[in-house]
Write a protein that binds this ligand. Structure first.
Ligand SMILES: Nc1nc2c(c(=O)[nH]1)N[C@H]1C(S)=C(S)[C@@H](COP(=O)(O)O)O[C@H]1N2
Ligand SMILES: [Mo]
Length: 305
């Protein structure tokens, strides 16, 4: 699945911005992208962790979103996220760390390599996309603040600002949106704090200015617009697990053999179409099995779902 060989050109090198813009205005969807001659050069992925698969179009990635702070409809975030103030932005890092504090977004991401990662992304609702992220490894950020030995989990929280996030005017979720990772998952090099996509700063509907991306887990783990990161000793509460624990576990690893109680997880629909309407088999750990299976050695993944 993953490139191990060369570090050649970046996607953004072979696909300069004007071309993305052209593609965005001239074509719609991955089907059109598939027809593009640019596809022939898609093997120029930046990171050894990138997949070879052609990314979804910028249009797909920014028009079909889950971001319940702006409503439950897939089109709500693109329509309503414009008003979100993302500058200034700061992130509180607290709990079991050597250097707790309130970090300005710019400080947090400075001196970090911005490395493009083309990742498969699989929503628990059985659709998927392929997205070219930029950002930094979460491990690098955590190492800078110094993780103390008692820390076993990382908890994340999204901004609460109902005046700018109309979905938060409804209490069906106990805001803030919360997510968490076990420390070894958080330190894995595939786990990134994304600060943009397609070489540009993060669009608001995708979780500006900084969001988590954990490519072997269902999309709901990849929490957006983060304002707090806490190192903690115990497994933290998480939004979907709090709402419906029988349907959404803490781990949420993509697993075609463990169905959601209300639907199969064996296959998925690639947003934007593609061959055969974009229907394809779901892969164990979303295709990242070689990289992450060892994290769960000895765990029964039907129980720790
Ligand atoms: N704060 C917050 N983060 C969130 C969500 C959300 O509603 N609020 N939705 C999650 C879900 S279910 C998915 S599938 C992904 C969608 O990310 P994308 O819109 O960038 O593709 O964001 C995740 N992160
Ligand atoms: Mo999702």
């Amino acid at each position: 699945m993953l490139r191990r060989d060369a570090r050649k050109l970046r996607w953004s090198d072979v696909t300069p911005r004007p071309l993305w813009m052209n593609r965005r205005s001239l074509m719609t969807g991955a089907a059109a992208l598939m027809a593009s001659p640019a596809l022939a050069r898609i093997d120029a992925a930046a990171s050894p962790y990138s997949t070879d698969i052609a990314p979804n179009s910028l249009e797909d990635i920014t028009a079909y979103n889950n971001f319940y702070e702006f409503g439950t409809g897939k089109e709500d975030p693109a329509r309503l996220a414009d008003g979100l103030t993302i500058d200034p932005w700061s992130v509180v890092i607290d709990g079991l760390v050597d250097k707790p504090g309130t970090y300005d977004f710019a400080d947090l991401v400075k001196d970090q390599p911005l490395e493009e990662r083309i990742y498969r992304f699989r929503c628990v609702e059985a659709w998927s996309m392929v997205i070219p992220w930029i950002g930094l490894e979460l491990a690098g950020l955590l190492n800078r603040v110094g993780v103390q030995s008692g820390a076993k989990y990382v908890a994340f929280e999204t901004l609460v600002r109902p005046e700018e996030m109309p979905g938060q005017q409804s209490p069906f979720i106990e805001w803030p949106y919360r997510e968490g990772l076990r420390l070894d998952e958080a330190m894995h090099p595939l786990t990134i704090m994304a600060t943009g996509l397609y070489g540009e700063p993060m669009p608001r509907q995708n979780g500006a200015p900084i969001r988590l991306v954990v490519p072997w887990k269902y999309g709901f783990k990849s929490i957006k617009s983060i304002v707090r990161i806490s190192l903690v000793a115990d497994m933290p509460p998480t939004t979907w697990n709090m709402l419906q624990p029988s349907e959404y576990g803490f781990f949420a690893n993509v697993n075609p053999t463990v169905d959601h109680p209300r639907w199969s997880q064996a296959s998925e629909r690639r947003v934007g179409g593609g061959l055969f309407g974009g229907r394809e088999d779901t892969l164990m750990f979303n295709g990242y099995e070689a990289e992450v299976a060892s994290l769960y050695a000895g765990q029964d993944l039907a129980v720790a779902y």
